[in-house]
Structures are given as C-alpha cells and as structure tokens.
Design a protein around this ligand. Sequence first.
Ligand SMILES: *Cc1c(COP(=O)(O)O)cnc(C)c1O
Length: 383
Amino acid sequence: MSNDFLSLANTGVQKLRPYQAGKPTDELERELGITDIVKLASNENPLGLSESVKLALLKELTELTRYPDANGFYLKQALASKYAVDVNQVTLGNGSNDLLELIARAFVEPTNEVMFAEHAFVVYPLVTQAIGAQAVVVKAKDYGHDLPAMAAAITGNTKLIFIANPNNPTGTFLEQAELKDFLAKVPATVLVVLDEAYFEYAASERRGNAIAWIAEFPNLIVSRTFSKAYGLAGLRVGYSISHPDIADILNRVRQPFNCNALALKAAETILQDEQYLADSVALNNAGMKDLSAFFDANNLEYIPSMGNFITVNVSNPADKKMVDDKTADNKTGDEVYQQLLLEGVIVRPITGYGLPNHLRISIGTEAENQRFKQALTHVLNLQ
Ligand SMILES: *Cc1c(COP(=O)(O)O)cnc(C)c1O
C-alpha cells in the first residue's frame, strides 16, 4: 500500500534532500570487512577527547537522571566572560547547526530570501529549503565569498545572509576589513550570520574579533562550535553571540533542553583547557603543511585553507592537459573517493557543493595523513 506522504509534507520539505554526512568508519568496516580505517571526512579533531573532559564526564554520569540546566548557566557565563559580552547575548545550540536552523526558523518567512555563496556550507541551503524560503546563491570568487556581489544582490526581501569564515568545504577566508565593508552595506533589517566554526584554526593575526562588532552592527550574529578545535563533535554543542534581543528571540524558539548535560559539562571543561586547544591548532598547522607540500610535489591544485581541512583537485594534475572532466587520467572526485575507500581511507567527495573534481581532506594525525598520502599515491599513480 503506498501512501503519498511526501505530498502531505510542506512545500519546502518536499524538495529537501537528506544531509550527506561523512561515511562512518563502522560502516566501511562492515562493507569491506577491514579494520584500521582512517577517517578524514568530517573535519573532526584527530587528537581525541581531552583527558580533562573525560574526567569531568565520568563525574557527570551520576547526574544523568536529571534534566540538564535549561539555561546552560555555567557555560554561558564562561563564554560571556571569555568573549567579554553579556550573558544574555549568548545562545546555546545542539551543535552550531542547531543555531543556524533556529535563526532561520525564528526570522525568515517563506516569502523572504536567504542569501549565501556558491560552494558554501550545505546547511544554509538545507535550512532555507526546510522553511520554504527563497535561496539566493551568489557566485563564488576564487572558490570563496564574493562580498561585493553579495551586497549588490540584497533586495527588499532579503532577510538573512549566511557567511562562513573560514568557509567549508573550500577553506577560503575573508579578511576583517572586507567583512566590515560588507556589514556597512547591509541594511539593519537584514540579519547576517557569521559562521565561525573554524575560528580557532584561522591565523590568530588575521581572524580578528567579529564579536566586538556587534555593538556597531546589531544585526550581526556570530556562531561558533565546540565540534572542531575543541574536539566535542559527538556531544553536539555550539553557540551564538548576538544582540540580546536576538538571543531572547532564539531562546523562545529553541527546545528548552537542546544542550544535554554531558555536552554542557564537556564544553565548560574544555574552555578551560588551553593546552588542548593549543595542541589541536599545532597538530593542524603541521598536518596542513605536510599535505600542502605533498600536493605541491605532485602538481595537485588545492585551495589554500584556514580550516582543519584542505580541498584538492584530484582530477586534473596541473601538468596534464585535460580533455574533459573524465579521461583515463582524469578521474572525478567521486571516483577517487571510491577508490580511496578500498584503501581504507575515508575522505569527503564534494560534488554536491558544485566541486566534482575536488575532494575535501580533513587534517589528521601525522600517521593518518601518511596513510592518506600513500593511498592517494596509489590511486592516482603518483610517483
Ligand atoms: C562543522 C561546521 C559547523 C558546525 O557544526 P556543529 O553543528 O557545531 O557540529 C558549522 N558551520 C560550518 C561551516 C561547519 O563546517
């Protein structure tokens, strides 16, 4: 018996496609019957969970019969003090994706436009589609955001603009001056979400402090996460900093217990663990250098990245003349991805981001990067 439930779903949802996550290690283990798999597919922290967090979580286990603090009091306080903002400017989310969705749900009507760049983070089109609003995708420039073009594309219907800095999956980075110029051109009635999921990895002398701009641009919302440099992806916790009135609205829409007790405790703990953060960034910098040098040596073009991943064109080694996207020598990103899987290495194909010749590689430990380099050397017949 077939019921057409899809036609019952609201119009936005009818056209939704599920988010395609990185392939889980367990899944590949089951499929290939192999172990020793390296996953460099989801921009996770290769350092593993901080010892300080492990201890804190063990203590917290006895409290799990209780609901978590619905207001996340201690975590919000810690964040407010770290970033010199008022507690009522902080909103906590079940990962920062939760916040991206909350912001869209709270502010955007189906008749509104939501703007983001070509090759930008896939959650922006997803949340836009889910509420049935109009997506305005502005063509990328050098794989990154073209801010002047975005400013020019603002209309009377524009309600929300998403900007990822650094961007995922391209790793491209916008300088502070460019961003400020852009914000100055955005009407006060248009919200700008600056998604800084990879903030901690970006060069400290260039990443600035966009949170401090909220006083000047109250329509700016900065979102960040504990999933990447802080190594808590599995616990799901992120936050936004905004004007207090925006935070108040988001707090009305969010589920009261959207951050669970372990996530709150872990986030509070890792914020104090400066060594873990420093080690994460150092490991990432070393791995980024290593993989860039490897790509250089093999004439593989990559997009310089400020994140914890690097996106490389595996289809067209620069010294080979390409006839079309697919010849014996020029495999598509999806094909190379499949062949890397057989070598036990999971990376991320990004055809869905309009980059069919590229793969996104999360920076791993030294040993994981080594495995990736060997596997790619084999698959692409490099020297
Ligand atoms: C990983 C990522 C996020 C954060 O995801 P969480 O929900 O916090 O795990 C947000 N934005 C971008 C651009 C990302 O790549």
